[in-house]
Design a protein around this ligand. Sequence first.
Ligand code: PEP
Ligand code: MN
Length: 362
Amino acid sequence: MKFDSFSSYIQRYQKGLPLLIAGPCSAESESQVLSIAEQLTKNEKVHVFRAGIWKPRTRPGNFEGVGYEGLKWLKRVKAEYKLQICTEVAKPKHVEAALKEGIDILWLGARTVSNPFSVQEIADSLKGVDIPVFIKNPINPDIHLWRGAIERMSHSGVTKIAAIHRGFYPYEDTKFRNIPKWEIPIELKTKFQHLPMICDPSHISGNRDFIEEIAQKALDLNFDGLMVETHHTPDLALSDAEQQITPEQLAQIIRKLVIRHDEIDKKSSVIFNYREQIDSIDQQLMELLSQRMDVVKKIAFYKSEQNITIFQLRRWENIIRTRSEWGKKLKLNAHFIEKILELMHKESIQIQNDIMNQTKEK
Ligand code: PEP
Ligand code: MN
C-alpha cells in the first residue's frame, strides 16, 4: 500500500508542525459550533475543525448527535473561518450526505472499525472518491482489525488514509479512559512506514488532566498530528464533558509542547521505536503482576478465615502444567517460564504467610 504522497501532503500542509485537528466531541447547535471555530482560529495552529454529528453511544438514551442538520453548521465553519472540516461517518448514508455538503475529511470511529461489515460498506461507498479518510483504532487492542480497516479502504481506491490512535478498552487498571498501548500504533507504523499517524489524547485520557502528557508522548514518538476535543464550555458539553478543553487551554498546551524534528537517522529511530514498545509492554506487565498479587492477598484472607493451608500441592502442579503449556504454545523457553513461575509462587507464598501471621496476631 502506498501512503507516501498523502504523508508528504500532510507534512506540507502542517509546515513542520503537527497536523492539529480540534473541535467539539459533538456538534450541539449552530452557535456552539461557530463560537468554538471562532475561538480556535485565534490559535492559528489549528488546521482542521472536527465535530461529531452522528454519535455512536455505547448505551441508548445518551445524546446521539444532531444528525444531518449539523453538516450545514460545519459548512459555515469552512466558509467563515477557512478551516478544513471533518466528521465521523458510520454508514454509507452518512458518507453520501457528508460528500454532498463538502466535508473535507471523514473519520471512522473506534466502534465502526471494530466491525468489518460496516467498514466494508463504507469502503464500497467511497469507490472512486478522492477524500482523506482517517481511521481510528478499534476498541479492542487488535492490530489486525485496525490494519484490516486500512486495507479495506485502500483496496476500495482511497489513497489519503491516516490512522488515529485513541487508545484501547482497558482490561487492566489504568488512570486512562482508554489504555494507550503505544506498542500497537508503533507496530502499525513499522508495517506501513508512510502511513500518517494522528493521536487523539482526548479519548485516551478521558480527563482534561492528561491531555498534555499524552500529546507530548505522541510527538516524542514522531506522530504526525493530534486530534483534540475542544469546547467553549466543556462542563456543559452534551458528550465527553470531562475530557474536553477550551480553545484557550488547547492553545496553552500547544505552546508548551516540545516539537521534535525527525532528524534522528532511520537506524536509531527504529531502535527507539522498539524500545518504546518494550517500555509500554513492561509497564503493562508490572500492572498485571500487581493485579495478580492483589488477588493473592484476597485468597490469603479467605484461607485464613476458613483455616485452609497456604500451600496446596495439587493446585501448584496444575499451575505449572497449564502455564508451561501456554508458554509452549507461545513459543517461550520452557526453562524461562519455570523460573518465572517459581519466583511468582515464592512471592505469593510469602504474601500469604505475612497475611496469615497478621490475622493470627489480631
Ligand atoms: C469521537 O471522536 O468523538 C469518538 C466517538 O471517538 P471514538 O470513536 O474514538 O470513541
Ligand atoms: Mn468524544
